[in-house]
Design a protein around this ligand. Structure first.
Ligand SMILES: *[C@@H]1O[C@H](CO)[C@@H](O)[C@H](O)[C@H]1NC(C)=O
Ligand SMILES: *[C@@H]1O[C@H](CO)[C@@H](O)[C@H](O)[C@H]1NC(C)=O
Ligand SMILES: *[C@@H]1O[C@H](CO)[C@@H](O)[C@H](O)[C@H]1NC(C)=O
Length: 418
């Protein structure tokens, strides 16, 4: 048990020279591409799996089913939604934010982004540390406490934030919940590490965080999962994936990257390569998990959620161990199938927090909006991910791209059976 806890922060328990070598090796492998990176990630998987197997075996040594249950009840339950930007992760997160048993944080690693320059630590190690704290409902790390707490106070329950955390904006942290007409963030007293930890731990049975892949520590799903490597933490992951032909042009339109070199579309080439390589590494990690750990990870296609939000919501809740509530069902049904005019669809309490979109229409929108030349580029760099996830290439066929009666999202795909 000791070993598994020590393991969890192995990077900074090692001397600087070793960290330098590890970092150097990682950059080296990043530069020299796929094969090297794959073999490293395999090696890491083994370490992680060994640690986790050890943890599991410890569980198994409890003589009675009962004590085993007791053990797992003390571990904090968490769920992480991980996705590239423009993949529908805000909607997926909202599905959890609307559940009263959930302590939700939208992009909590933004807190680290905003504060890490105050400390003499690099983003990745600090993000990893922050994560292990949040996953235990701990908001009391002595060295970082003030900066983190100030940031949380400033962002997570005020209308200027894209997604207010309902848990942080409700009792016991605020006098009223957000569906109450009297709700006003100005009525909420300042949070302390105690009140925040208490609300997380004792008023909400599950912590859900949604994090973009670009923010996860070391850009690695595996490393992120290893933040859960403690007896006190139980984690599940939803890896949300969307058709890169929708994600990449949308990322350009919100300036996640810039086009470079005009007609050669160098920006799109580089971004497509990077995005799909990272997705492929995440899928590779999921595929190689042992069965008992595999059941902690759900690979979700955005298109399936968009086509059938209520059904996918039930699957997600079942995966997370939450009960399905009528209030959430009604809210989701309304926000994914807007029948009223958009101006009436604002979710109460926060103008910024509406997810209204005709989700079904969102699946095929790229087919008319994106230039065929860009599709050729994306399909070139993302061929393998698309094959694994059931996205049918148009392969330079203008008819296939434009005729939306021909589905390009295939029901049965390889990763579905992993
Ligand atoms: C929110 O507050 C209202 C009024 O106090 C109450 O009726 C409702 O049940 C509360 N909702 C939740 C999810 O606690
Ligand atoms: C969803 O909304 C539609 C109308 O917009 C309604 O006909 C349907 O019954 C609703 N379904 C649920 C489960 O609330
Ligand atoms: C679109 O595809 C369908 C099914 O293959 C076909 O029947 C239809 O004629 C096509 N429409 C156009 C405008 O080409």
């Amino acid at each position: 048990m000791k070993r598994s806890r020590g393991n969890k922060c192995f990077l900074w328990t090692y001397p600087l020279w070793l960290r330098v070598i590890v970092t150097g090796w990682l950059s080296f492998s990043a530069v020299f591409g796929f094969y090297l990176a794959n073999s490293i990630s395999l090696q890491h998987s083994d370490t992680l799996i060994d640690t986790r197997r050890e943890k599991m075996e410890d569980h198994d040594t409890f003589p009675l089913q009962k004590s085993d249950k007791h053990q797992s009840r003390t571990a904090r339950r968490n769920l992480m939604i991980i996705a590239h930007g423009r993949s529908g992760s805000s909607l997926t997160g909202d599905i959890f934010n609307h559940h009263p048993d959930v302590f939700y944080m939208y992009e909590p690693l933004q807190t680290v982004e905003r504060t890490h320059k105050n400390f003499n630590l690099d983003y990745n190690s600090l993000a990893f540390r922050f994560l292990t704290n949040v996953l235990q409902c701990k908001f009391a790390e002595p060295n970082f406490l003030d900066a983190w707490l100030d940031d949380i106070e400033r962002y997570y329950r005020k209308p200027l934030h894209p997604r207010i955390s309902q848990a942080m904006a409700s009792p016991p942290l605020c006098p009223y919940n957000m569906s109450d007409a009297r709700w006003d963030h100005r009525l909420c007293p300042k949070m302390t590490s105690e009140t925040l930890g208490n609300a997380c731990k004792n008023y909400n049975e599950l912590t859900v965080i949604k994090v973009l892949t670009s923010r996860i520590p070391y850009n690695s799903l595996e490393k992120t999962f290893s933040a859960c490597d403690s007896q006190d933490i139980d984690c599940k992951i939803v890896l949300l994936i969307r058709d890169p032909r929708a994600v990449i042009p949308s990322s350009l339109s919100v300036r996640f990257y810039e086009e470079v070199d005009g007609p050669a579309k160098l920006g799109t080439r580089m971004f497509s390569y990077k995005l799909c390589k990272q997705t492929e590494e995440s899928l590779h990690f999921v595929k190689n998990l042992p069965a008992w750990l595999r059941s902690h990870v759900k690979v979700l296609r955005y298109e399936d959620l968009a086509r059938n939000p209520l059904e996918e919501m039930r699957h997600l809740y079942k995966f997370a161990g939450l009960s399905v509530l009528e209030s959430v069902t009604t809210w989701l049904n309304e926000s994914t199938h807007p029948t009223k005019s958009r101006s009436n669809m604002k979710i109460q309490g926060s103008q910024a927090a509406f997810t209204v979109d005709d989700a079904q229409a969102a699946i095929n929108r790229w087919r008319w909006k994106v230039h065929p030349y860009e599709i050729i580029i994306i399909e070139y760099y993302c061929a393998h991910v698309m094959q694994l996830m059931g996205y049918r290439p148009v392969d330079r066929s203008h008819e296939l791209q434009a005729n939306i009666t021909i589905p390009l999202v295939i029901e049965d795909y390889e990763a579905k059976d992993w």
